[in-house]
Ligand binder design. Structure first.
Ligand code: PMV
Length: 313
């Protein structure tokens, strides 16, 4: 059985989303596939293709524990052989880890001939995210399962957003791995030390997320770009940016992007830049400065390639 999940970029509201503030994220045309089959004997086995990493569900490593939790969440009581293959760089803020969990659950429920909703799949995948992140908001797994553009608020039903125009995005890689858990913990410590400052930043982020929804739904790309820049400023004020992120954002703006910001946990990982149409000048500017990147289009019909393939299969 084959399962799939799409990677994501958070356009607005990362970190604040952990504390209940809404966020907007979109599925991208890069993702992860999983294959599962029944096996003769326990233990169940899990392989990340291309990384030479194979674990069983009975070992001590985090990946093994996460695999075990997924098998429990889907109530698999027979031995399985599972493999995943991802197009996403790890620890880059594109939701690589969540896509593995969602693709695995997607394949496992098919093996059991069950048909849970996409939301139920995302919830089962949460068991994996808990092992790695502890305090994950669930936004990564939600977008990995649904694709498209999502209005996400912790504890509430996610709302698919209807875009009236396609979004042309350039994604730039800082080349520095980032640990979501570490970045979330560093913000929690700052919040303990300076509660008023973090509260003010979260309020500002909430107001720009709400404005971004209006801009997105009315195809106001210029405003959207400015809101991305503002969100980046607020994230930098919370010490979540880095030298490489600021360089990537600056290069993107100079090359004509309407706005740019870090996406995901920050401290490294990736930057997202909104382009009016062709993202190539931004990609060229990044490449000239030694950074890699790729472009992705979020279609106005709010589907992603991976989501489309899934519904076609
Ligand atoms: O870095 P990523 O792709 O895991 O994104 C994390 C987003 C955060 O808001 C920082 C954490 C979360 O759980 O929402």
């Amino acid at each position: 059985m084959k399962g799939q999940a799409c990677g994501k970029v958070i356009l607005f509201g990362e970190h604040a989303v952990v504390y209940g503030i809404p966020a907007i994220a979109v599925g991208i045309n890069h993702g992860t596939q999983a294959w599962v089959e029944k096996k003769e004997q326990f233990p169940s086995q899990f392989t990340i293709m291309g990384s030479d990493q194979t674990v069983t569900d009975q070992q001590d490593s985090l990946i093994s524990q996460a695999f075990h939790r997924i098998l429990e969440a889907v109530a698999i009581d027979f031995p399985v052989q599972a493999r995943v293959q991802t197009e996403l760089p790890p620890a880059a803020g594109l939701g690589c880890s969540a896509t593995m969990a969602v693709a695995l659950v997607d394949a496992l429920v098919q093996l059991k001939q069950e048909h849970p909703s996409r939301q139920e799949i995302a919830q089962m995948a949460g068991a994996w995210e808990d092992v790695f992140h502890g305090t994950a908001s669930g936004i990564d797994a939600c977008v990995a399962a649904h694709g498209g553009a999502i209005w996400f608020q912790r504890g509430a039903t996610p709302v698919p957003m209807h875009l009236r125009t396609s979004l042309h995005l350039a994604i730039g890689e800082s080349g520095v791995a980032s640990s979501t858990k570490r970045m979330v913990e560093s913000l929690a410590r700052l919040r303990e030390r300076k509660p008023e400052m973090v509260k003010n930043s979260f309020e500002a982020i909430e107001s720009l997320v709400r404005n971004a929804r209006v801009a997105l739904e009315s195809s106001d790309l210029n405003t959207l770009g400015k809101l991305l820049d503002l969100n980046q400023m607020l994230l930098a004020g919370l010490f979540l940016s880095s030298k490489e992120i600021e360089t990537l954002c600056g290069l993107a703006r100079d090359a004509g992007a309407l706005g740019a910001k870090l996406t995901g946990a920050g401290g490294g990982g990736c930057v997202v830049a909104l382009c009016e149409d062709n993202p190539q000048p931004v990609l060229d500017a990044w490449q000239a400065a030694g950074f890699s990147g790729f472009s992705t289009v979020v279609a106005s019909n709010a589907a992603t390639r991976i989501a489309r393939e899934r519904s076609a299969s």
